[in-house]
Design a protein around this ligand. Sequence first.
Ligand SMILES: Nc1ncnc2c1ncn2[C@@H]1O[C@H](COP(=O)(O)OP(=O)(O)OP(=O)(O)O)[C@@H](O)[C@H]1O
Length: 415
Amino acid sequence: MSEQETEPTEDAVREALRTVSAPDGDGDVIAAGLVASVTVADGTVSVETALSGMDPATADALADRMRAAVLECSGVEQVRVNTDVAAPDHGTVVPGVDRIIVVASAKGGVGKTTVSTQLARGLAASGERVGLFDADVYGPNTPELLGIEGPLDSTDDGRAEPIEVDGLQVVSVGLIANDEPMAWRGAMAHEAVEELLTDAAWDVDTLVLDLPPGTGDIVLTTLQSFPVDGAVFVTTPFPTAASDTERSTALFREEGIPILGAVVNMAGFTCPTCGDEHAPFGSDPDISTDVLAELPIDESLRSTEGDVPAAFRDLGDDVREALPDNETVSVPETALDLRGVPDQARIEQVRVEFDALAPGESLHLLTDTRPGDVRGVLEDLTSVPLRVATDRKGPGLWALQLSKADPDGTEEVTC
Ligand SMILES: Nc1ncnc2c1ncn2[C@@H]1O[C@H](COP(=O)(O)OP(=O)(O)OP(=O)(O)O)[C@@H](O)[C@H]1O
């Protein structure tokens, strides 16, 4: 609280809450009996709600509106709106899968399937258990690339059994019994893809998911339904492919998906006769995303026989490096809930609370600001080494644990 501002009163907070209408036209949230109690201490307002029975999405949206209204009260620095409703389900965990990396492209035919398959092989080459899920209903080419055929067998408990090939567990919409994924393009296609993905008997550390090109239904529902840890975009250097990639990455970011980087494929070739370099699709595409790899037109990059091409082993390492820390971060009751808090106020709160930590102690945050931005701001505010653990709780929502490094310097420092 600034020196000029005084502690808000409980009455003022209740008055602010009266501006929030209850769902179903029941007047405001106070009149509708949806607020059980309000407490104020040192600029922090805690609102206990009585929302049991309400569906989680409505309760969450209502809590957001209450939080925003209370933040308008003079002297309020932080608001905790506690709902007695389970948090909305932001992501169906895929059984047997620890993390999901999607491979996407704005356009078809740019080499997305080639990159997905070789990236999966590259990750597996360093000892990870890797799955490859081909969700490209428009061109499920993974089976052909890996020389495998369907239909998939069923496990004893009736789940789809991934085909083991080249150290990968593979499931493709091209491996289903009726082998007609093109017929899935209709309205129900995304449900069929989701079912196959969650139904498969995976046992992997990382699942590489080859999305259909573009940003259609299947792509969006996959991003919204599953806890995707990061996306790799494949593009050619051709100017329109690059500008389409910019638009697609912006949409992924809006969905809260970390963009790990781009692979610029078909970036030139060496003439086998004269040895000259040619760039038929142009060079240096104008994209703001980090370029993880530039791959030439080269027959050997298509081959899935023998050793994984060095370019894809390197890509595997770079992708692993680019992944945000995906530890499980808890959200204790004392966590700072920064959702909806104005920028300046949230920076000040984090600075004050971080300064107050003893070395080795941690501060927990729940925030709608991207973790990289929080870390950047904090690094500008303090010279103390910090460690940041990040856990994406849903689209645009992260739990962060910010720890002050141990004085003896034994703790890993990640910034
Ligand atoms: N760097 C490369 N050098 C040579 N050939 C390549 C390269 N990348 C991809 N190809 C070839 O280009 C064709 C298209 O690649 P691929 O099927 O991977 O593209 P895609 O983006 O998945 O296409 P789709 O629109 O079907 O999803 C394939 O025949 C593939 O072998």
